[in-house]
Design a protein around this ligand. Structure first.
Ligand code: DGL
Length: 274
């Protein structure tokens, strides 16, 4: 089979990566995608790096077995902990993570260099965002805040209202308590968080820009496919979108619709085991 006709594989621990998938489909409408949400093992963000590497490798293997031409790790936690391991394990397969594009977007947007990163416990503790931002902007002053409960709120669909606001205010307190050191840019370092952007904007106010990686990831994928001559062109026929989950297809369909930005029918989600 012509490799260009194969789909692009995308995975996350749950429905969060659908925010990235949404951007990928928007930027590359002729491409086919297969998305795996590892809902049985969610959250990844509280797990140790070794466990995240093991889960991410298994999820990627599942997609590779089905036949993919490139892999997008649509999970910051897995990108931060497992990108080198995935690139080594699947040598020859182009693999894109979300941390570097997220860091790049933040650096491009920030005027003052004061950048706040909101991410899972694991991503913050591993320091991958801090390193990626400093590599691009050595003078950046970074405040990295673990906001693990946002993952549960997002998976529950509680992305507005008083509970979401109270949790956001609590997590963002370190930014609110010293207005003179306030960041001008807030980077959403977890693919579950973009659905909470309106609540976060309400808490930090209009002077702070909120950025996420999905647009930059879509550009990176387009660039990569064209460089490797893997763009679908005439090869693919009608673009396909396959959705896989490791648990709870109905929940995945119901909650995932908000993240993907369009309805998902439970019968269109395939249950897989890793
Ligand atoms: N969506 C994932 C991320 O971008 C992680 C959520 C989780 O499983 O904790 O980090």
């Amino acid at each position: 089979m012509n490799p260009a006709a194969l789909p692009v594989g995308v995975f996350d621990s749950g429905v969060g990566g659908l925010t990235v998938l949404n951007a990928l489909v928007g930027a590359l409408p002729a491409e086919s995608f297969v998305y795996l949400g590892d809902t049985a093992r969610l959250p990844y963000g509280t797990k140790s790096p070794d466990t995240v590497i093991r889960y991410a490798t298994r999820a990627a293997e599942r997609l590779v077995e089905r036949g993919i031409k490139a892999l997008v790790v649509a999970c910051n936690t897995a990108s931060a902990a497992a990108l080198p391991a995935l690139r080594e394990r699947f040598a020859g397969l182009p693999v894109i993570g979300v941390v570097e594009p997220g860091a790049r977007s933040a650096c491009e947007q920030s005027r003052t260099g004061r950048i706040a990163v909101l991410a899972t416990e694991s991503t913050v503790a591993g320091g991958a965002y801090q390193r990626a931002i400093h590599a691009l902007r050595p003078d950046a002053q970074i405040t990295a805040l673990p906001c693990q409960l946002f993952v549960a709120l997002a998976e529950e669909g509680w992305v507005s209202g008083e509970v979401a606001q109270a949790v956001a205010r609590r997590y963002l307190q370190p930014l609110l308590s010293r207005p003179e050191a306030a960041p001008d840019t807030l980077v959403l370092g977890c693919t579950h968080f973009p659905v909470l952007a309106p609540v976060l904007a309400g808490v930090v106010g209009p002077a702070v820009q909120i950025v996420d990686a999905s647009g930059a990831v879509a550009l990176a994928l387009r660039e990569l496919l064209s460089q490797k001559k893997l763009g679908v062109g005439e090869a693919g026929g009608r673009p396909r979108l396959e959705l896989l989950a490791t648990d709870g297809v109905e929940r995945f369909a119901r909650v995932g619709a908000t993240f993907l930005g369009r309805p998902i029918r439970p019968q269109d989600v395939v249950l897989v085991d890793l």
